[in-house]
Design a protein around this ligand. Structure first.
Ligand SMILES: *Cc1c(COP(=O)(O)O)cnc(C)c1O
Length: 434
């Protein structure tokens, strides 16, 4: 496979091509195929963009029909039939059954565009610049979103300072015995804590990029209570954890909360087509007409597939319970791995089909990912030091393929731990057991 042009012409900034150095050609469901015809099981799913698999045949059919009919492809934010159908479907499938009232804002097509809009809106509504985000949070890499993203690698790349944000400890940051909500509330209550009163709090219910850290449902409920008590808007960034990844369509549903603002992107179109949305409580819609714009807010192809996704997967509870069933398969398997190597310092965390195998050794997850790729599995790492092996298969993956992928992880973990053992006994031989 010829990768030379990528090295020669493409910037050093390229990332995933380094972890998976092959040229991909085709994909269907949870299977990727490279140019030589070799197949891979996909446990990465476009970083959570392909919850319904690659080239989902139902959506593809709708897309082809739409293109054949010369349907509008690019529509700025003008009214189109495809957009109307999406709005109607969103209301019928998601809002009405929950008895929720949200106003929808179509933003530029990437996740960070939705986060930018959400932060702008919150600051306008409250007339205050400060926003609270959380340790290990990830919200995108453009100016405003980057300011609420925690990882120093990304922050430093900007070359400017990131103002008007304050980081607070996420659930579990100091271990299971410290309730970080108590800390947050104390800081807010104390007029001499030094904390400028925030307009909003932005949070992920499960931190996708930050290491599959899971906020407890109690913590999320408490966070909503604190937001209301202190006149701050609660923004849930559901770009990765939403669209069914954790079971329910919105990841925060089991906590029984109703955020003031919600961001959606990644799997929203269902097909990997770029599209983002901000949901806001209707009374927060203080935008002046055209005050926040963008050329690519009308990706009608994405509207067509997003409509198909809602209609096909979300009109009853079957899809959510199937995800929970697959969660148990994955979770049991990973816990088995942890128990098989009691001395290896491994653990599991996650919610839904968003699970992480965590090691205390920061090189472990990357090594397992590499070994797994050699054996035909695409799987990425996450966390501040890439210390977490991140399982993010499509939700539509067949059981057989899911199990096959998990077995590849078994073998990769065994190989990596065996090499560690061999390396440490070699050290003992060389230096003596000191
Ligand atoms: C991926 C992601 C973003 C940013 O989305 P982009 O499309 O990469 O800009 C924002 N928030 C969360 C939680 C994400 O996972």
């Amino acid at each position: 496979m010829d990768l030379k042009i990528f090295d020669r012409l493409e910037s050093e900034v390229r990332g995933y091509i380094r972890s998976f150095p092959v040229v991909f050609k085709q994909a269907k469901g949870a299977t990727l195929v490279d140019e030589t015809g070799r197949e891979y099981i996909d446990f990465f799913a476009g970083a959570g963009t392909l919850n319904y698999g690659h080239n989902n045949p139902l959506f593809k059919q709708k897309l082809v029909e739409y293109l054949e009919s010369d349907g509008i492809v690019h529509g700025l934010d003008m009214a189109t039939g495809a957009k109307r159908t999406l709005l109607e479907t969103f209301e019928r499938v998601l809002l009405k059954p929950r008895n929720w009232k949200y106003t929808l804002q179509f933003t530029g097509p990437t996740g960070t565009n939705a986060v930018e809009a959400a932060l702008k809106l919150a600051r306008q509504v409250k007339g205050r610049p400060n926003v609270i985000s959380f340790t290990h949070g990830f919200h995108g890499l453009s100016g405003g979103s980057l300011a609420v993203t925690a990882n120093a690698k990304y922050r430093e790349a900007a070359g400017v300072s990131h103002a008007n944000t304050v980081f607070m400890p996420y659930d579990g940051y100091f271990g299971p015995d410290v309730d970080t909500i108590v800390y947050l509330e104390r800081m807010l209550e104390d007029r001499s804590s030094g904390l400028d009163k925030p307009a909003a709090v932005i949070v992920e219910t499960v931190q996708g990029e930050g290491g599959i850290n899971v906020a407890s449902l109690r913590w999320l409920k408490e966070l909503q209570r604190v937001c209301r008590a202190h006149d701050m808007l609660l923004i849930v960034d559901d770009i990765q954890a939403g669209c069914g990844r954790t079971g329910s369509f919105f990841s925060f549903e089991p906590a029984g909360i109703q955020p003031d603002i919600i961001t959606l992107s990644k799997s929203l179109s269902g097909f990997g087509l770029p599209m983002s949305l901000v949901l806001m409580k209707p009374e927060l819609d203080v935008w002046q007409p055209g005050a926040h714009t963008g050329t690519f807010r009308g990706n009608n192809l994405a509207f067509v597939t997003a409509t198909a996704a809602l209609d096909h997967y979300w009109t009853n509870a079957a899809f959510a319970s199937d995800t929970q069933r697959k969660e148990r398969i994955a979770r049991d398997h990973l816990e088995n791995i942890v128990q098989s190597y009691p001395g290896a310092g491994l653990s599991v965390r996650g919610r839904g089909l968003m699970q992480g195998l965590v090691s205390q050794d920061p090189t472990f997850a990357s090594k397992v990912s590499k070994k797994a790729f050699e054996q035909g599995l695409v799987i990425e790492t996450s966390g501040a030091n890439d210390e977490v092996l991140k399982l993010l298969p499509s939700l539509t993956i067949e059981d057989e393929q899911l199990k096959k992928g998990l077995e590849i992880i078994d073998r990769a973990v065994a190989d990596v731990l065996a090499e560690h053992d061999a390396a440490s006994s070699a050290r003992v031989l060389k230096f003596g057991n000191r």
